[in-house]
Design a protein around this ligand. Structure first.
Ligand SMILES: NC(=O)c1ccc[n+]([C@@H]2O[C@H](COP(=O)([O-])OP(=O)(O)OC[C@H]3O[C@@H](n4cnc5c(N)ncnc54)[C@H](O)[C@@H]3O)[C@@H](O)[C@H]2O)c1
Ligand SMILES: [Zn+2]
Length: 375
């Protein structure tokens, strides 16, 4: 597998290691039960620093930060703890500035390292603090939500939202390493686990039919928070995401396939004033983009129904809510960040496990065709 390698996993003992290539180096993603117990040793080996700044939102801080901080301190590491209110509204420039100032006050210098302990919001926000602090210090991603485990912690994208939109200010700042303990997903609300699993379904849909088959049967257990089922899903998804971002770090080409379901998905999220969660919107987005591909004759027929059947197991909505105004959805889609010359672009499947590629990985589609699948 290009850009990644996998060492054999003996559950509970040796973690699975997936390597991600980025400019000039590579970093390991380590996945294993109770891996947080060995975090101090991993830090000493992969991210030695004079001081560590552990950044977490208040929920995750209450659940995990004390134990983690104490264990690191007991191993002789200097660690300070920095928290913020949980939730997307905190992923902003004010919190970035406040946390950066806290790091200065705590005496973190250029030889410091940030530990991002939490979901995707923490990974993006703390990662962006690290990307900019003293022109960039190291960051270690310790994802605790399923979204962050299967998606956000791998690939080096960091950033914050602005009033004009999500993730509009940011930087590529790959971590020193990523440490994933699938067991911490048990404390997540079920709804949050479903969000992560939608992205895992996407990974199978775009590049790996066997993976989709493999995880389909595991989805109910993973939804329940079973650590072994979560470990299997996270390992499969990390391998896929690692391979893709190793080939195309800056989203010039192949990495765009990760946006399958997201052109319509983002439009739905925005048109619902973010009442629809990202995972729910992307689930619907995948169904509708598969329908779009089938309509255009690009996607093998039956693909939409295969995706619908898998997503049904997650209990996410399979049909567009009537209350959403379709013209409003189209307006938001046309403002998509991936649009070129104001024309939105779509990643279309050829079939489950393969995306369609012509000149590019994302295709321009006429608004009338998009209308036809929405209305
Ligand atoms: N950088 C990337 O490549 C990338 C990819 C996907 C998503 N994202 C970003 O990630 C964010 C969404 O991530 P998210 O869904 O993890 O959001 P989040 O970080 O807000 O976490 C969701 C909620 O779960 C809580 N939580 C996290 N771990 C927990 C645990 N183990 N037990 C109990 N509660 C826990 C958090 O406190 C929060 O309330 C968005 O901002 C999105 O833009 C980034
Ligand atoms: Zn997504």
């Amino acid at each position: 597998m290009t850009g990644t390698s996998l060492s054999p996993d003996r559950p509970g003992s040796v973690p699975t290691v997936v390597h991600v290539r980025c400019t000039g180096r590579s970093y390991p993603v380590l996945i294993g039960h109770d891996i947080l117990d060995g975090l101090a040793a991993l830090l000493k080996e992969h991210a030695p620093a004079a001081r560590y700044a552990l950044i977490a939102d208040e929920n995750v801080a209450n659940l995990y930060a004390s134990d983690v901080t104490q264990a690191l301190q007991a191993s002789g590491l200097l660690v300070t703890r920095h928290t913020f209110s949980a939730g997307e509204p905190s992923k902003n420039r004010d919190e970035w500035a406040r946390l950066s100032d806290e790091l200065t006050d705590a005496g973190v210098g250029r030889d410091g390292v940030v530990i991002a302990l939490g979901g995707g919001v923490t990974g993006d926000l703390a990662g962006f603090v690290a990307a900019t602090f003293m022109r960039g210090i190291g960051v270690v991603q310790v994802p605790t939500s399923l979204v962050a485990m299967v998606d956000a912690s791998v690939g080096g994208k960091t950033g914050v939202d602005t009033p004009a939109g999500k993730n509009l200010v940011g930087a590529f700042h790959p971590p020193q390493f990523v440490a994933i303990d699938p067991g911490v997903a048990r404390t997540l609300p079920r709804r949050q686990r479903a969000e992560g699993l939608v992205e895992a379904v996407k990974h199978g849909a775009i590049v790996d039919r066997d993976y989709l088959d493999q995880i389909e049967g595991l989805l109910p257990e993973a939804l329940d928070g079973d650590a072994e089922a979560i470990r299997t899903v996270v390992t499969g998804s990390v391998m896929i995401k690692a391979r893709i971002v190793s080939e195309d770090e800056n989203e010039a080409g192949l990495r765009q396939v990760l946006n399958f379901g997201h052109t319509i998905g983002h439009g739905l999220e925005a048109a619902s004033d973010f009442e629809l969660s990202h995972g729910v919107a992307v689930g619907l987005g995948m169904i509708l983009e598969a329908r779009l591909g089938e309509r255009l004759g690009v996607t093998k027929s039956g693909t939409e129904s295969r995706l619908t059947n898998v997503l049904r197991r997650l209990g996410v909505p399979l049909e567009l809510p009537d209350r959403l105004d379709k013209d409003r959805i189209l307006r938001f889609i046309s403002r998509d960040k991936k649009a070129r010359d104001g024309v939105p672009r779509y990643v279309l499947l050829e079939q489950i496990g393969a995306t369609f590629h012509s000149i590019d990985w994302a295709q321009q589609v006429s608004e009338s065709d998009v209308r036809a699948v929405l209305f």
